[in-house]
Design a protein around this ligand. Structure first.
Ligand SMILES: *Cc1c(COP(=O)(O)O)cnc(C)c1O
Length: 421
């Protein structure tokens, strides 16, 4: 039996309707932007394996550092103990994010990084004896799949089965020149109940690669600061160069109170989450009263192998080669966007940094569950490209090592699909 057949008997896959999904593709090896399946077919990983991979698969530098670390220390309890990779990663991370971020809290993944951020905000107020429990988030937001992260995400097909169990969140529109004053007065109206405002900066990824302008986000953040509402910048997706700058918040003048990282943090090699915060938030948990402790932790908090992967990834992130690659992908994407947006089957196309997305004209149905999505997915897979459209939104989110030839092949196949489907 093939890997795929053995899998199909016993495994339940994420975000997959198991009754109608075809056999999974059994991958045996990866190199650069390519994945190789058990039948020897190769695929270009045009979605960076769910947005995590930055420098290519099985990167030798990351592999070497991990192998060395494995012979020194694989894991140790992180309460009462520490280790070199965790300390060095915290030190290095704090030098490349906004300078108001002073403390690093580790967890396992993006959703847990968000859970920690939410709990920091709620308890920040609780520790002062204040009741501020309402959260502010954007419509169509996505912050993860655990309950707290799901609660601050837009209500959608993803959350429908749980909607009545999710805590109360005030959802607002993305800010624009037209609505900014309304949004500000709405926040002012709610402020004494608001614990925090959580946002995906510049791009709502899972929501459909919806892009909005830094200028108006900056205005909102400025207003939150003035009204004493804490802000959480979810850089789980946008971090580490995706938007063309190291972090999406580098397009802003305002600094968030809390930041969340995962996905590209380890170059896509290991599961790791980080939540950082200001001294002001951290200090609110310091007390002789043990009830003011942040009671949160995971078995694998600050796993040394994952921290080592993140450190090796950071070496690659700051290299000239990576900067050059990000610039090159941006340029290639913008040439593609200019061409593809003229195609009659394209409703709109948009780009931020290394991410380009187009909306397929469908006449009517545009939901995440649209049948067009499966046809497109299979079409590209057949052509040796991993693209996972979000409904009728097709996006390319490549690892930075992707070559121009590989990009051009993807662009060509997208044009073919536009003409044929
Ligand atoms: C993917 C994602 C998360 C959740 O991260 P996981 O590691 O998948 O739990 C949170 N926020 C944003 C913006 C994301 O894109």
């Amino acid at each position: 039996m093939t890997l795929a057949e053995r899998d199909a008997q016993i495994i339940w896959h994420p975000y997959t309707q198991m009754q109608t999904a075809g056999l999974p593709v059994g991958i045996v090896r990866g190199e650069g932007a390519l994945l190789f399946d058990e039948n020897g077919k190769e695929y270009i990983d045009a979605v960076s394996s769910w947005w995590v991979n930055l420098y290519g698969h099985a990167h030798p530098h990351i592999a070497k550092k991990i192998a060395e670390q494995l012979t020194k220390l694989e894991h140790v309890i992180f309460a009462g103990f520490t280790h070199q990779p965790a300390v060095e990663l915290a030190e290095r991370l704090l030098t490349i994010i906004p300078d108001n971020q002073k403390r690093v809290f580790y967890s396992d993944n993006g959703s847990t990084a968000i859970e920690v951020a939410i709990k920091m905000c709620l308890q920040y107020w609780h520790n002062q004896g204040k009741s501020r429990t309402k959260m502010l988030a954007f419509k169509n937001a996505y912050h993860g799949d655990t309950f707290g992260a799901m609660a601050v995400s837009g209500r959608s097909a993803f959350t429908a089965a749980f909607d009545n169990l999710l805590f109360e969140v005030e959802f607002i529109d993305l800010p624009t020149r037209e609505n900014i004053e309304d949004l500000k007065s709405h926040i002012s109206h709610l402020k004494s109940d608001l614990a925090c405002f959580i946002f995906e900066p510049l791009i709502q990824g899972s929501g459909g690669m919806i892009m909005y302008e830094a200028e108006w986000l900056d205005e909102l953040l400025k207003h939150c600061k003035a009204e004493n509402v804490l802000t959480i910048d979810d850089e789980v997706f946008t971090g580490f160069g995706r938007t063309g700058k190291p972090f999406a918040c580098d397009y802003l003048t305002e600094q968030p109170d809390i930041m969340c990282f995962s996905k590209g943090l380890t170059g896509g090699t290991m599961a790791l989450g980080v939540t950082t915060c200001t001294s002001e938030i951290y200090n609110m948990f310091l007390s002789d009263d043990k009830m003011k402790t942040l009671f949160h932790g995971h078995s694998f908090t600050a796993n040394p192998i994952a921290c080592t992967a993140a450190l090796a990834s950071m070496d690659l992130f700051i290299s000239e080669e990576t900067k050059g690659n990000i610039k090159r992908i941006k340029e290639q994407h913008s040439l593609f966007k200019a061409k593809v947006e003229k195609h009659p089957k394209v409703r709109t196309a948009r780009q931020t940094g290394t991410i380009v997305a187009l909306e397929w004209e469908t006449g009517n149905s545009t939901s995440y569950l649209s049948p067009l999505r499966d046809r497109l997915y299979n079409y590209f897979l057949e052509a040796g490209i991993v693209l996972r459209p979000l409904g009728n939104i097709v996006y390319i989110l490549p690892p930075y090592c992707i070559t121009n030839d590989q990009l051009n092949y993807i662009y060509t196949k997208i044009f073919d699909a536009l003409n044929e489907i």
